[in-house]
Ligand binder design. Structure first.
Ligand code: 4AD
Ligand code: MG
Length: 478
C-alpha cells in the first residue's frame, strides 16, 4: 500500500477507507483501553491522531511508541470530533525507528529558542521550526515565480571570487596553502601565486558585479545565492553566511528600482498570506505568547495584521537628508536616548535610527534615497549635487534595512575617478570597466537579504532561527 501524507489525509473525507501513514510521534496519551498517538510527518503543521487499542497491540509494542519515534500505521480513516476532522483507527503499527524516552532531547514541552539552537539538528521536529522551514520554502518559490513572471533570468554568480564587490566588507579567505608553512615571496609576504587559483581569493559578499555583466546583455536578471561576510556583528540581524536575492536591470533608473523593490516585497508577503496561513497563524500565536510579558507599548503588531498592513500600504519615500532632519528633531535625539548620535549629513544610520523612522515616525516601511557618497559603495551613481549618490535602502519595522540598492554609475570617467578616490584597484576590475567602455547604459539593482525577509514574515526575533544552520562569530556547528 502506498503511504499517504498527512497534509492530504487531513483534507480527506474518504471515511471508512484503509490508508497507510508514516511519521514521527509528537505525543502519546494513554487511557484505559486506547492510546492516542499524535503523528506528524512535516508535510503540514497539524498532527494526525492515531487511535490504538491497548488490547489489540499489547503493551510491548505500545511502550516503544514514544515522542520522537518513527512509526508506520495502517488503519481506517474515520470522522473525528477532536481538533481535526479525521482520525485514524490503527489496524497495524510498525515501529520504524525507536527513540529512547530517557535520552531524546526534544520532550513534548516548551523549549527555549536558545536551547533549540543548540540542538538545531533536531529542531526541525518542532512546530515552530517546521513552520519556518515551510514558509522559507514558499518564499524561495515565490522569488523565482515573481521574477519569472516578469521576464527576468536567473544567473548563478560565482561563490569564490577574487574581487571585493562592496570595496569594504570583511571577507572570508579561500586557500589551499599550508597555514603553518605558507610559501613566501622575496619581500617575505605570502606568495599567493602558489595558491590554488594563483591569486588571493575569497568567498563572495555579493553577486552584484557579475550580475551587472549579465544585465548589460540580457536586460533583466536576478541572482539568488549564498553570500558571506566576516563582520564581527553579534546581533539578531546579522549572519556570517546568508542568502541574497539581487535583481539587476538595464535601462532602470532609481525610481524604477524603488517601484520594483516595493512591488517585490509586497508580492512575497502576499504570497505568504495566500499560501502559508496555517503556519503563519501558529507563528503569530507563538509570538504573542512570547511577548505577553513585555509592556504594552513594546509589543509588536499581530503578525498577520502586520503582514497585511505592509502588503496593502504604500511605502514612504524620502531622501537621506530629510531623514537626518527628522531624526535630529526627534524626541529620542533631544533626550539623548539614541545610543549613536545623529551628527548630521554624513552620519551612517544605525538600526535604532532606521527603526525610529519606520516604527515611530512614519509607522510604515520607508525607502531612503540619495545617501552621502562617502558612506556608500563605489559603484553607485553620483547625483548632480556631486555629494550624494542614487542609493536606496528599504527599511522595515523590527528589521531595519531589508533591502540595499542603487542606480549604478554608468559613466566611465566618473566611475574611474571614484574608484581611484576609494582605492579600488583598477587593473583587477578591468572586466567590470569594460561594461562602461562598450555599450554602457543606465542600470539599477538591489539586494534583498533573504533571512531578513524570513525574520519579518515569520515574526521571529532572531535571524539565527530562520536559517536551518546559522553561521555566526564563534559558531559553526553541524
Ligand atoms: O546592503 P548590502 O550590503 O548590499 C549589497 O550587497 C549590494 N551589492 C546589493 C545590490 O545592490 N545588488 O546587502 C543587501 C542586503 C541588506 O539590505 C540586508 O538585507 C542583507 O543584504 N544583509 C544581511 N543579512 C544577514 N546578515 C548579514 N550580515 C547581512 N548583510 C547584509
Ligand atoms: Mg546596505
Amino acid at each position: 500500500m502506498k503511504r499517504q501524507e498527512i497534509k492530504e489525509i487531513l483534507k480527506s473525507d474518504a471515511f471508512g477507507s484503509t490508508i497507510k501513514v508514516s511519521g514521527w510521534v509528537r505525543t502519546k496519551r494513554e487511557s484505559k483501553n486506547v492510546n492516542f498517538i499524535n503523528l506528524n510527518d512535516g508535510t503540514v503543521l497539524s498532527n494526525l491522531q492515531v487511535v490504538a487499542d491497548v488490547e489489540a497491540f499489547g503493551s510491548e509494542l505500545l511502550k516503544k511508541i514514544n515522542t520522537g519515534a518513527a512509526i508506520t500505521v495502517v488503519g481506517e480513516l474515520v470522522e473525528s470530533g477532536g481538533q481535526q476532522a479525521v482520525e485514524l483507527i490503527a489496524k497495524q503499527i510498525e515501529v520504524v525507528g525507536e527513540a529512547d524516552p530517557d535520552k531524546y532531547p526534544l520532550q513534548p514541552k516548551r523549549h527555549s529558542l536558545e536551547f533549540l539552537r543548540e540542538i538545531a539538528h533536531l529542531r526541525f521536529r518542532t512546530n515552530t521550526f517546521s513552520a519556518i522551514a515551510r514558509v522559507r520554502h514558499s518564499m524561495i518559490f515565490a522569488v523565482h515565480k515573481f521574477f519569472t513572471e516578469k521576464g527576468f533570468f536567473n544567473i548563478h554568480t560565482p561563490i569564490i571570487t577574487s574581487s571585493d564587490a562592496e570595496g569594504a566588507g570583511e571577507m572570508f579567505q579561500v586557500t589551499t596553502l599550508d597555514m603553518a608553512n605558507p610559501p613566501l615571496n622575496e619581500e617575505g609576504n605570502i606568495d599567493y601565486s602558489k595558491d590554488f587559483f594563483g591569486k588571493k581569493t575569497n568567498l563572495t559578499v555579493s553577486g552584484q558585479l557579475e550580475g551587472e555583466l549579465a544585465a548589460l546583455a540580457l536586460s533583466k536578471i536576478y541572482t539568488f545565492g549564498p553570500t558571506f561576510r566576516a563582520e564581527n556583528s553579534n546581533t539578531s540581524r546579522h549572519l556570517a553566511e546568508f542568502w541574497m536575492i539581487e535583481p539587476e536591470m538595464a535601462f532602470y533608473d532609481l525610481n524604477d528600482n524603488m517601484d520594483l523593490a516595493e512591488e517585490f516585497l509586497k508580492y512575497l508577503i502576499q504570497y505568504a498570506l495566500d499560501n502559508c496561513i496555517e503556519d503563519l497563524k501558529f507563528l503569530s500565536d507563538r509570538q504573542q505568547q512570547e511577548e505577553k510579558n513585555k509592556p504594552q507599548d513594546q509589543r509588536s503588531m499581530e503578525l498577520i495584521e502586520k503582514l497585511k498592513f505592509v502588503a496593502e500600504n504604500d511605502f514612504v519615500r524620502l531622501t537621506y537628508t530629510e531623514a537626518i532632519d527628522i531624526l535630529q528633531n526627534s524626541k529620542p535625539a533631544k533626550k539623548g536616548q539614541f545610543q549613536y548620535e545623529v551628527k548630521g549629513f554624513g552620519t551612517d544610520l544605525q538600526s535604532e535610527h532606521e527603526r525610529y523612522l519606520v516604527e515611530k515616525h512614519f509607522k510604515k516601511p520607508v525607502i531612503l534615497i540619495d545617501y552621502p557618497a562617502n558612506i556608500k559603495a563605489f559603484y553607485m551613481k553620483v547625483n548632480p549635487d556631486g555629494k550624494t549618490v542614487a542609493a536606496m535602502d528599504v527599511l522595515f519595522p523590527q528589521i531595519g534595512e531589508i533591502i540595499g540598492g542603487s542606480q549604478r554609475e554608468e559613466r566611465y570617467d566618473v566611475l574611474v575617478e571614484k574608484m581611484k578616490k576609494m582605492d579600488i584597484p583598477l587593473e583587477e576590475m578591468d572586466w567590470y570597466l569594460d561594461t562602461r567602455r562598450y555599450g554602457s547604459v543606465p542600470h539599477s539593482g538591489f539586494g534583498l537579504g533573504f533571512e531578513r525577509l524570513i525574520t519579518f514574515v515569520t515574526g521571529m526575533g532572531n535571524i539565527r532561527d530562520v536559517i536551518p544552520f546559522a553561521r555566526t562569530p564563534q559558531n559553526c556547528e553541524f
